[in-house]
Write a protein that binds this ligand. Sequence first.
Ligand code: AHM
Ligand code: MG
Length: 335
Amino acid sequence: MRSISLSRFLIEEQRDKNQIPADLRLLIEVVARACKAIAIAIGKGGIAGVLGSAGSDNVQGEVQKKLDVISNEYLLEANEWGGHLAAMASEEMELPHAIPNRYPKGEYLLLFDPLDGSSNIDVNISVGTIFSVLRCPEGSSGDEAAFLQPGTRQVCAGYAVYGPTTLLVLALGDGVNVFTLNRELGSFVLTQENLRIPEETREFAINASNIRHWEAPVRRYVDELLAGTTGPRGEDFNMRWVASMVADVHRILSRGGIFMYPLDAKTVDQGGKLRLMYEANPMAYIVEQAGGAATTGRARILDIQPTHLHQRVPVIMGSKSEVLRVTRYHTESAA
Ligand code: AHM
Ligand code: MG
């Protein structure tokens, strides 16, 4: 197979389809570079003293791990000076991060969850970085209001998975492509073109310890899967839960299935568990471009008009027919 680096891929896409302006290419390459630095830090683990708690809480009241803070810093520093951004927002920061005045400003907004699946860091299980790119509205300096755009307006979304290999999965409005980090060369290489989510699936991902908190439609759906060959689905299903959304959704993109962090009695007051702007929206954008679907059970995720930066939403995404089935169960139970 020809070896196509991320840079070459982006340049050739621009040449062929005219959809990746130079500033956006720079942005993606800079994010990819930060992901490489994060991968290296994660790979060193205990040797570099990067495991464990940072001794601080983030805006959501969650204990920050050292690698949450390090990854956030890497992404901020890498993206400040290039002139491609108007502002950045992160799971780890209450307010948007303005580009310092000493640097030129650009037309894009970057949002990220610097280290998704933080609870897995210290136990050597896959974690990731999720990012989303929006255009900064004209005349805006990149304050919180500038970021509050529905997911349909994303110009690009991606995630890195730091697993046995480091992958970068990218959606630019026209399908999904997967790049693998060549550690010797230090560059991402295209390893899967136009990823399509398999429609036939017998796998689901949900944190079953929340079963007593679930709403009726989710309970109905999962009960039917668990009934296996003796139930209405007439076949056995398998369950997996890594507890890193990137790893769970990547598996589902690769071999089909459904990922759910639905609304439940535990999270209803805050609207759900996962964050709309830098978790649900970018992952929904990628899943849809791979031919899947993503809803809250009640509405398409990408259509939600955000009301605040750290807004949480229920998430149901994966193979289209399964997502539509759970969504239908929600409609039927509301009727
Ligand atoms: P994080 O961004 O703070 O790591 O939290 C998000 C993670 C998701 O990656 C994952 O799907 C979910 O939280 C796991 O939650 P739980 O521990 O309740 O199963
Ligand atoms: Mg996260």
